[in-house]
Each structure stands twice: as structure tokens, then as C-alpha cells.
Write a protein that binds this ligand. Sequence first.
Ligand code: MN
Length: 256
Amino acid sequence: MRVLITNDDGISSPGLVALVRTFEAAAETYVVAPEHERSATGHAITLHKPLRAHPAVIPGSSVRAWATNGTPADCVVLGILDLLEGRRPDVVLSGINVGPNMGRDLTYSGTVSGAMEGAIFRVPSIAVSIGAFRNPIFTVAAEFAMHLARAILERGLPDDTLLNVNVPNLPKEEIGGIAITRQGPKRYVSRLEKRTDPRGRTYYWLTGEPAPLPDEEGTDSWALAQGRISVTPIGLDLTDGGLREAMEAWELQIPR
Ligand code: MN
């Protein structure tokens, strides 16, 4: 198995290091990751400035790795189109992100977008996140990613799909199983801190906190609240089928 690993927390992130250490023992492993954190950059790509990739070292590992000034999606492009020298990966892995990527997070997530870019290249792809921002335990997430990658190699994934995995931040013995879930409605409520800088000018700092929504059964956040690993199959096709049908009745016309 040949894997390309990226993330959005940057090449030094402990989640990426944990994933690399688990995979390098069993797979031909390559890393192309942002040199600095690029969380919440979504599916941005770099079109208007040079992209650079420097060889990098993952501590305690001998994998071939590059740090780039690009986004997670850029990293996947760089890996597949050049750095891996034509060795097409069997799987793209993005993570392990520190913090969950569920519900509306998917719209903003650099982690998920790294995997989406892999899917656009028709490489089976997995985004992996851990459900806590503090004291993350990566062991189960890394081992489960390996298990899932092997399952994908055996069974394949349909074109234009990927898997979004969220793992509860629990020791292995406390994980309550695996749930195949749907993307839930969980979101953050944006908050804008308005402040004044030392020169008397206004600046803003965007923050947010989880909206107090119940965890709907069968969703990603529901699984995590139950201590289960959430695996959400995601499609690249963003069409809303119901609204498409309903809009046929609008009888829209080109204005005269
Ligand atoms: Mn991140």
C-alpha cells in the first residue's frame, strides 16, 4: 500500500506524526504537508504566488516528507503531480486533526478538503480528526485509519466520494464501537471580538462556540457523544436533490 499523508495543522503537528509512525511500518508512506498551521482554510488552492516544497524530517521516522507554503489541497496536488514522481498513492490520508470536523465544520475544514482533493484525483481518501482540542490521544485514530485504508484497498470507494472519520478522544478500552453516520447539523455560532490596537485602530478577532443543538441520532456528533468512532461517507456532488426538484415549480424565466 502506498499512502500520501497531509494535514492542516502543519507538518510538525503531533497528529500527523502519529499517523506517519503507524503507517510507515506497513505502507510506502509519503508526507506533503503545510509548513505552518492552515486550519479552517477550506478547499483553498494557491494560484497567484509561487508554491514551494522543501524536504522535511518527521521526528522518529524515515519517511520522505515535504513541507510546503501551500494549503492542504495544494499539498495533495503537489504530491500526486510531482513530488511522488509518478508513484500514484492508493490512499490519501488527511490528519489526524486536533479537534473534530463534523456538521458544518466540513465547509471550513482544511483537513476534509485535503481528502476531497484526493477524491478529485480519484484516489480513495480519508480525513481523520480527533474529537478534542486538548490532550489528544491519537493511538486509536491512527490504528483505525490503517484498518479503514486496508478495507478501502479491498473494497474500493465509488468515484467522487471520501470518508470523514471522527474519533472520540478516549483510550481504546472506552471506545464504544463504530457508527457509519451522516453529516449532522452541528455548527458554531460566530462571535466577533471588536478591539482597539495600540495605534487606536479597530481590529476584529473572529471566534465561535458550539451552538446548543441536540445530537440527532445517526449523525457524526451523535456518534462521538456516544463514545463511538464516526465514519461519514461524503460526496463531492453538493447538489440538493429536494430543492432541485422543488425549484422546477418556480418557473424561472429570463427577464425581458
Ligand atoms: Mn486543523
